[in-house]
Design a protein around this ligand. Structure first.
Ligand code: BTN
Length: 278
């Protein structure tokens, strides 16, 4: 695919073929429009659909982002996908599924020559702009595996003029970064294959696999170590130097009062050198 052309729709048959025999994509549900693939994935999880079920929509009319924000989800330009996971993880380790999806996505983008970096916990950046995000919705069931609907939004073929004014400054896409369009089916297949591999390694949740996942995440996430960060959460902002992740995937920040473990919050990174890239 070249020039100004963008692909019209995702090629379901090609995607099914690429995912044949894998857990991720063992069920593949494709929609032209949904309010939110995460909401539909949650309904399916409640109805007992198996792990690996993938819900994919060409557009979302009420796509959800973190912290109650919306996710801009126009047809034909991005990828909007949710996956049902049922990992055997202790409840406090369930956030590792967000990191796992982020690592798999970064890896798939790098496989395709896109120099993606991660920003803890769930942002995917290219050229300093946010091109993707992950939103996980977990239910912990006493005595059973958690079920987690992990949703990924990726901006693929958006041009500068495709963004609403409030996103113009921060949002990017693969196309804006590389100066060419991308085949969304190919990108999605690469990502889901990488998620399948990463999930197979992480779903059992032992100390070794958790540590390997965290190491992988850190290798894609320069802001998680040695950067001046400010965390905006429920209480007062927390400022300090990032110092890696806890075994459960929390961000460690060394502050004047000691080391804090941050489980949720918006992080701003001091804009010095390449720190601004994530
Ligand atoms: C973020 O704010 O960074 C997370 C964005 C997550 C967006 C994706 S798009 C597919 C899935 N369905 C949703 O409603 N949200 C997620």
């Amino acid at each position: 695919m070249t020039g100004e052309e963008t692909d019209s729709r995702i090629d379901k048959a090609a995607l099914r073929k690429a995912l044949h025999g894998r857990i991720i994509g063992s069920r593949l549900l494709y929609f032209l429009t949904l309010t939110s693939t995460n909401d539909h994935g949650r309904e399916l999880a409640e109805d007992g659909w198996p792990e690996g079920t993938v819900v994919l929509s060409e557009e979302q009319t009420a796509g959800k982002g973190r912290a109650g924000r919306s996710w801009h989800s126009p047809p034909g330009l991005g990828l909007y996908v949710s996956i049902i996971l049922k990992p055997s993880l202790a409840p406090e380790k369930v956030p590792l599924m967000t990191l796992m999806t982020a690592v798999a996505t970064a890896r798939a983008l790098r496989d395709g020559g896109n120099d993606a970096v991660l920003k803890w916990p769930n942002d995917i950046l290219l050229g300093g702009r946010k091109v993707g995000g992950i939103l996980a919705d977990a239910r912990i069931r006493p005595g059973g595996p958690a079920d987690v609907v992990v949703g990924l939004g990726l901006n693929v073929n958006h041009r500068q003029e495709d963004w609403p004014a409030d996103l113009l400054e921060r949002a990017g896409s693969l196309r804006m970064n590389a100066g060419r369009t991308f085949d969304r089916t190919e990108i999605l297949a690469r990502i889901l294959i990488r998620v399948d591999e990463a999930y197979a390694a992480a779903r059992g949740g032992n100390a070794g696999s958790d540590a390997a996942l965290i190491d992988d995440f850190l290798s894609y996430c320069p802001m998680a170590r040695g950067r001046q960060v400010t965390v905006i959460g429920d209480g007062d902002p927390i400022a300090g130097e990032s110092a890696g992740l806890s075994p459960a995937g929390a961000l460690r920040v060394v502050t004047a009062d000691g080391v804090r473990e941050i489980h949720v919050g918006e992080i701003s990174v001091a804009e010095t050198g390449d720190a601004a890239r994530g």
